[in-house]
Design a protein around this ligand. Structure first.
Ligand SMILES: [Zn+2]
Ligand SMILES: [Zn+2]
Length: 164
């Protein structure tokens, strides 16, 4: 049987057909063609509909299993207010082809991590669906900064561990 998505705040299993917010990290290789291959992926934060509603009233807590970047936490709250109808722009807008944190260029062939936020829905009989038009890019992070901020975990052989 398909497993339900767990909420990183209240720990409950998100109901089928319930909307939730997902922040994902995608490690990609920059390509001139623009079809940057995804080499690693993980969800760093998943928050159920109830906790998202609570987050509009005040801060909520998150499980500490995944060390979250400040911009991911800020991005979650920003996205929650956006779903609630706020027109506030995201204040860390990324320049094309530059790291959001250190501003260094990301060149053809470089690995980088893209951080996205989406609204999703999980159905029992269908693959996870991203609500069309909900996806927003919060940041692009160079490999150097990704190492500094522990965006990825490595096994004993130096390979990145995917946590999807
Ligand atoms: Zn929750
Ligand atoms: Zn950087």
């Amino acid at each position: 049987m398909k497993e339900r998505i767990g909420c990183f705040s209240c720990n409950r299993a998100v109901d089928w057909d319930e909307h939730y917010i997902c922040i994902s990290r995608l490690r990609r290789i920059k390509s001139k063609r623009g079809d940057d291959e995804i080499v690693n992926a993980m969800a760093s934060l998943q928050v159920c509909g109830y906790c998202t509603a609570k987050a509009l009233l005040g801060n909520i807590t998150f499980n500490k299993e995944v060390p979250l970047l400040e911009l991911e936490i800020a991005g979650f709250y920003w996205f929650a207010t956006r779903l609630d109808g706020s027109g506030e722009p995201w204040d860390l807008v990324t320049e094309e082809n530059h790291c959001t944190l250190c501003k260094s260029p990301i060149r053809d062939g470089d690995h980088y991590t893209e951080i996205n936020v989406t609204e999703e829905i999980s159905e029992q009989e269908a693959p996870i669906e991203v609500i069309p038009g909900s996806e927003y890019r919060l940041a692009v992070i160079c490999d150097n900064c990704a190492g500094k901020h522990v965006v990825w975990w490595y096994d004993a052989h130096g390979n990145i561990i995917d946590v999807i």
